[in-house]
Design a protein around this ligand. Sequence first.
Ligand SMILES: [Zn+2]
Length: 384
Amino acid sequence: MADLNRQRLLNLLTIPGNNTCAECGEPDPEWASCTIGIFLCERCAGLHRSLGTDYSRVKSIRLDNWDTDHVKNMEAMGNEKANALHEKHRPAFYKKPTRSDPPILHKEWVNAKYSRKEFDVVDKQLSYTSSTKEGILMKRGKDDKKYNRRKFILSRSENKMIYYPKDTITSSTKPKAEICLDDINLVFVPDKMQHANGMQISYLLKGSTRNIFVYTDDSKDIVDWYLAIRAAKLERRRIAFPDRDEKDLAEDLTQDFLMEGYLSKMGPRNEPFKRRWFSLDKRKLMYYEDKLNPFPKGERFIGHRDGGFSVSMRAADVRVPHGYTFTLHMPNRDFILCAETREDMDQWICALQRVIETPLTPQDTKVASQLVHKRHESFITMKK
Ligand SMILES: [Zn+2]
């Protein structure tokens, strides 16, 4: 009987939808929740286990014993059917995490879906769906590098997020910054900040990218901020483009980095290579002296191939003692860059090529004009 049950279970894995993890899409799941009736990868099985057996009972597909009732439950449900049920009213701004997302998003996803049942009812009123949100975030100081308690307020009607130089405010306290939500980007960066709940907020300030680094000790709290900002941005897009599909509008509410890491960069007049932290987002290549700097030391818009952008593996005339050199060609300058490993170089070239091959959107053109404008200014200043 045990063999027969196992065979019935293994047969289920060949059904489309069951061959990837129900939560994150990782292929070849080895685990299952026998009470919910879904197949899971190892990481998501761990998250289900921490929900407690009232919500989910986790078993190994191959190593545990399966009784007939549990197998029947798996046959009756399966990943697609179970997700249609448990994600029925997931708001479009609530991104389902993928394999590459950091652990915090996976943890809060599973908690929201099963223990808090946030997707069971239409338009459930939650902390991230209300039109304003206030709270304290731990923010890294611009100069002192320490994290301090700072008051943040999000207002949908004013389309902005404000933060203050203190954690308590009176009517006379002046904000430190007012950030327009149209320009804001959010990325969870636990490794970079060395904090599991670390989030990078970026926006454009006078034509340059400005970063602030924040966290809260409670993972739900920081994810709520992330969701509240995504919700506010989607609502604005919905008003601006009422005929467009909501799923399309929610597509790039926030943009993860395409690549980040150390590269060495040669100066514009062939000065020696300097090691810098590079970040590539949708179309901007930024470099920093330190990875947690509030402003990049330099940033360039990466345009389309037709605009004179390309990448090549060369720099034969440049003497490099260590590393793997490649060149990013731009209409008015070549960037000679040096990766520390062959693998790093391949990944950077691949990521840059993908950007260069992607056609420009109207939003990209807007970003380009803001950054280009700044470059023109410095050019004019130089000529004086
Ligand atoms: Zn998974």
